[in-house]
Ligand binder design. Structure first.
Ligand SMILES: NC(=O)c1ccc[n+]([C@@H]2O[C@H](COP(=O)([O-])OP(=O)(O)OC[C@H]3O[C@@H](n4cnc5c(N)ncnc54)[C@H](OP(=O)(O)O)[C@@H]3O)[C@@H](O)[C@H]2O)c1
Length: 367
């Protein structure tokens, strides 16, 4: 028989949260709402300290995130998926979760994706659409949807990891068994742009001793990437044929792994500069979802002639999140935060992310 719910605070206590009707970055609203008042079996109440933003969050707020059929367009939702907070109260039947009150935790993106390949039903457990997200002062999570934070990370830093670090990790290591990531200077990774995923990818790749080539529209950002340890930098505005530069830097061999975050304007070039037998991880589409007229490609031919793997990436499971956290802790990696906004400025923070002017991650302090 299921355990009785646990009452965790009075119905009269209110908290603040941001909501969107998926109708534009100018239309987010900060509202008062009752604090969660009961915990069901396996649930945990978390006080949210910080949230980090992802490109996806801007799409959700603008009604442009069409991958999910499980939510009505225009319906109200709390945006964002990545948070760091502390456990305030444990519900019934959470004894074997390993969590206790006061623990600092981070959310996992697809709450039910705990191990192995993602299956379609896990997509229904994505935070910040289709499930309500984290721009709220308190939120109830299933205990299994949380990971404990290493003590060396600040709340702001920890909040940066669920989407960016896990996605970057899986983009490089999705074919590697847990505990055996790709290592070594002879392996070359290409990172596109200097947003959240790419900068996490740069940090992870450096920690594994890989050779890194990063592209950006900005020399200033490339200078910062160099300071973080990037081996080679290419300004893709000044060198539109950056694929040729990658081939030159690798003596014609090409890169072992390409983190493809841009899509329409870059995929053809990624195929042209990936090594024979290499991997292109399909992560994002910041240059648009439709084909770029000058970049039509025949992926079939491009993949087969050089034995290339073109692999879709949807974040990663909880056990791989824990794996990448172990690397972060062992190397004391600090996620790169471009700017931190106050809770009341969360809408401004989302607009700033959409401007593309940032380097690394953007954080909102909740409480
Ligand atoms: N599949 C997944 O699990 C997953 C997870 C996370 C993110 N994503 C997707 O991955 C993409 C990046 O996410 P993010 O959160 O890292 O975004 P972000 O922080 O907003 O970074 C985007 C960066 O992309 C770069 N960029 C823009 N156009 C480019 C082009 N033509 N060529 C190369 N780089 C370009 C820009 O860097 P510069 O200013 O340096 O040029 C920009 O700052 C988004 O499409 C997002 O939806 C997917």
């Amino acid at each position: 028989m299921p355990s009785a719910p646990l009452l965790c605070c009075s119905q009269n206590t209110t908290m603040k949260q941001w909501v969107t009707n998926q109708d534009g970055l100018d239309k987010l609203r900060l509202v008062d709402t009752p604090e969660p008042s009961q915990l069901n079996e396996g649930e945990v109440l978390v006080k949210i300290h910080c949230v980090s933003l992802n490109f996806r969050d801007t799409e959700v707020c603008m009604g442009l995130y069409g991958h999910h059929k499980t939510i009505t367009p225009g319906s109200e939702i709390i945006p964002t998926s990545d948070c760091c907070g502390s456990v305030v109260k444990l519900g019934p039947e959470t004894g074997d979760s390993g969590l206790k009150e006061g623990d600092r935790v981070v959310s996992i993106f697809n709450q039910t994706h705990l191990t192995g390949q993602i299956i379609e039903k896990d997509m229904a457990s994505g935070l910040g659409l289709p499930l309500s997200g984290c721009l709220t002062q308190y939120r109830v999570f299933p205990a299994y949807g949380l990971v404990k934070v290493p003590s060396y990370l600040s709340d702001e830093e920890a909040a940066c990891l669920p989407v960016a670090a896990v996605t970057a990790w899986m983009s490089i290591n999705s074919f590697q068994p847990i505990g055996q990531p790709i290592r070594g200077k002879d392996k070359v990774v290409v990172l596109q742009g200097t947003g959240g995923v790419s900068i996490a990818g740069l940090q992870v790749a450096k920690a594994l001793g890989l050779t890194t080539i990063i592209t950006s529209s900005s020399d200033e950002k490339l200078k910062r990437a160099k300071e973080l340890g990037a081996d080679h930098t290419i300004n893709y505005k000044k060198e539109p044929n950056w694929d040729e530069a990658v081939l030159e830097l690798t003596n014609g061999r090409g890169a072992d792994v390409v983190l493809e975050v841009s899509g329409a304007q870059t995929l053809g070039k990624s195929f042209r500069c990936v090594a024979f037998g290499g991997l292109i991880s399909a992560i994002g589409y910041v240059s648009g979802k439709l084909d770029a007229a000058d970049e039509r490609i025949n992926a079939n031919v491009l993949a087969l002639v050089r034995n290339v793997t073109f692999k879709g990436i949807i974040n990663g499971p909880k056990d791989r999140f824990e794996e990448v956290l172990r690397l972060y802790e062992s190397k004391q990696i600090q996620p790169v935060i471009d700017r931190t906004f106050e809770f009341e400025q969360a809408d401004e923070a989302l607009k700033y992310l959409f401007s593309g002017n940032h380097f690394g991650k953007i954080v909102v302090k909740v409480q």
